[in-house]
Design a protein around this ligand. Structure first.
Ligand code: HEM
Length: 158
């Protein structure tokens, strides 16, 4: 498989499969230390997210009430670091618009998770609502992450 064209910062047109090369472009185009905070923050968010899911399922409420909000903060930091990276790349307008649509949807869908989470703290009746909100939000976050990597795979370092 051809390697990213460092001079242009992008992958050769015929060699752009979906997720893996896009992540590779992020690794190879920019200096490693500049992308480290982004990768570290992304990995932290994934670990916290899995831990929040497990603690919720196991009904470890005290732990979950720390992990749930921490996931939101960590995701916020990752989005902020992604914005910093985005400023250093040029993207095709249509792809950027598509990703931004899903990214905003993912951001907004975090609100029902927080609201139903606090409701569930008070009343058992909110359990189904929290579960539904969590799964809808997780799907939206996955799609936003996927389209984000897709966007970077079509980006060129300025
Ligand atoms: C501000 C954020 C959040 C609050 C206040 C919150 C609150 C709660 C509470 C009070 C419970 C009940 C635990 C028990 O039964 O003792 C719960 C369950 C649960 N939460 Fe959250 N949560 C939040 C965020 C999240 C996030 C981000 C996720 C996913 C990563 C999540 C996934 C779950 C799951 C899967 C359950 C178990 C539902 C079930 O199957 O009964 N929560 N949450």
């Amino acid at each position: 498989m051809p390697w990213p064209d460092r001079s242009g910062g992008a992958w050769a047109e015929e060699a752009r499969p979906f997720v893996v090369p896009s992540a590779m472009a992020l690794v190879h185009d920019a200096a490693p230390m500049e992308t480290f905070p982004f990768w570290f923050s992304l990995a932290t968010t994934v670990v916290l997210l899995v831990a929040a899911l497990i603690s919720g399922w196991q009904r470890k409420r005290r732990l979950h009430l720390w992990l749930g909000p921490l996931v939101m903060v960590s995701l916020g930091v990752t989005i902020w670091l992604t914005e910093e990276l985005v400023r250093r790349y040029d993207f095709p307008e249509d792809i950027k618009r598509t990703h931004l649509w899903f990214a905003k949807a993912g951001g907004m869908l975090a609100l029902p998770v927080i609201v139903t989470g606090f409701a569930l703290w008070r009343t058992e009746k909110a359990r189904v609502a929290h579960k539904v909100a969590v799964w809808v939000w997780l799907v939206s976050v996955l799609v936003a992450t996927g389209t984000g990597f897709w966007m970077f795979s079509h980006g060129t370092l300025r």
